[in-house]
Design a protein around this ligand. Structure first.
Ligand code: NAD
Length: 389
């Protein structure tokens, strides 16, 4: 038997599009789900733009105030695809109204907000999701499976980069509807919350809690014209961030992010090195996971002959995570599918009455690391993250 889930999407920008596509597609590719999302309400402050978006995607109605959306009885799930400084107020109000809540990352502007949001969600007992969608890239999900199977053995190193290049020009303004990411009041932080939050979520999923960090940040362009005031204003976000990390399992990590790596567009990479093997992934080559096997899991014997080397696994076979829901082996999927996969897991877990991850609790832990990184950069010393072990 199918159940309709009335969805209200807040925001019609980049994520509004990615999430709307997921709601529209999920039942087609995961037909075993009982839950059938219905595009009920699209909310955006600009009525004409919201209506145009709603028409393209087939939303039943449009609202311009998110408070009005939360009051509606014909809405089951509030999806927050708006800038970071709006997440806390909306999520807390939605949870108090008993709605399911799906929120974009980073969960909040800071840890205090993330904690309040997580408490509100727990008190309300509502299904909740934070869209750390990279966990659902099949190759990253396969990396997780390989780690769970203990095929890389005792982990020594975790290495992540998240590089872009779109803010190098000094005349890129900050703030306003299009460049809120460069305005600390709207974004909370720069690359730490925007990009490294993804890397941290993936890292802790694969390799467990990060317990300590020491960081250095830089703001290369010190002033940019603010689109709202029309004036040159100080840039308060971190343009680049590098940090060292200690994991609870004893391994060491390095993380680097910048928007000043000429030629890098969305260069999100990870590598893990363990006693028995290594893993390597690059989002700009997302169909592949590289795996180096030093010790055979089945026999425990060393793989040491003239054919030893890295395997580049094309993650498109039916036995690979999610791929039995898509095309035939060899046919690839892309960025948008990670949102469909994320939603499918969320709906499936919720139908089974089980916790679906990453949820607000998980995203709060990631926020703890982000806050510790920024604090460390400011105080120039190692900081305990306080992440739950
Ligand atoms: N998971 C990912 O990979 C990923 C990628 C990009 C962005 N994000 C996150 O998604 C969120 C949105 O980012 P984006 O790139 O879609 O931004 P965007 O600027 O493209 O879109 C933001 C939307 O929010 C709307 N909005 C702003 N304030 C609002 C309010 N008070 N009420 C209703 N609508 C409001 C804007 O009009 C716009 O439609 C951010 O938290 C961002 O960090 C996540």
């Amino acid at each position: 038997m199918t159940k309709t889930l009335n969805v209200a999407m807040l925001g019609y920008g980049f994520m509004g599009k990615a999430h709307s596509n997921a709601y529209a597609k999920v039942a087609h590719f995961f037909p075993e789900l009982e839950t059938r999302p219905k595009l009920q309400v699209l909310c955006g402050r600009d009525k004409a733009k919201a209506e145009a978006f709603a028409k393209i995607w087939g939303y039943e109605s449009v609202e311009t105030d998110w408070r009005r959306v939360i009051e509606r009885d014909d809405v089951d799930l509030i999806d927050i695809g708006t800038p970071n400084n709006t997440h806390a107020e909306i999520a807390i109000a939605a949870a108090k109204a008993g709605k399911w809540v799906a929120c974009e990352k980073p969960l909040a502007m800071n840890c205090a907000e993330a904690e309040a949001m997580t408490r509100a969600i727990k008190e309300a007992g509502v299904p909740n999701l934070v869209w750390y969608n990279y966990r659902r890239v099949p190759a990253i999900a396969l990396a997780h499976q390989i780690v769970q199977e203990k095929r890389i053995g005792r982990p020594f190193h975790y290495r992540a980069t998240y590089l872009q290049d779109w803010t190098i020009a000094e005349d890129v303004p900050q703030g306003g509807a299009t460049l809120w990411r460069l305005d600390k009041d709207a974004a909370g932080s720069g690359v730490t919350g925007d990009l490294l939050a993804h890397s941290i979520d993936t890292a802790m999923w694969l390799n467990g809690p990060i317990t300590q960090v020491v960081a250095s940040t830089e703001t290369f362009v010190k002033e940019r014209m603010h689109q709202e005031s029309g004036k040159l204003q100080p840039v308060k976000i971190d343009d680049a961030c590098m940090f060292l990390a200690r994991f609870a399992n004893g391994s060491m990590g390095t993380f680097e992010s910048t928007r000043y790596a000429r030629g890098r567009k969305n260069f999100n990479t990870l590598e893990m090195n363990g006693e028995d093997g290594s893993l390597s992934f690059n989002l700009e080559d997302p169909q592949y996971l590289s795996f180096y096997e030093h010790t055979r899991q089945d026999t425990g014997s060393k793989v040491e002959d003239h054919l030893t080397g890295w395997r580049k696994i094309h993650v498109t076979n039916f036995e690979h995570p999610y791929m039995d829901h898509w095309w035939v082996p060899g046919c690839t999927i892309g960025y948008e599918h990670t949102f469909v996969n994320t939603l499918a897991d969320f709906l499936g877990d919720t139908e089974k009455g089980q916790r679906s991850r990453p949820d607000f609790e998980d995203a709060w832990q990631t926020q703890k690391v982000c806050d510790a990184v920024l604090k460390s950069a400011q105080e120039q010393r190692w900081i305990e993250t306080g992440v739950d072990a």
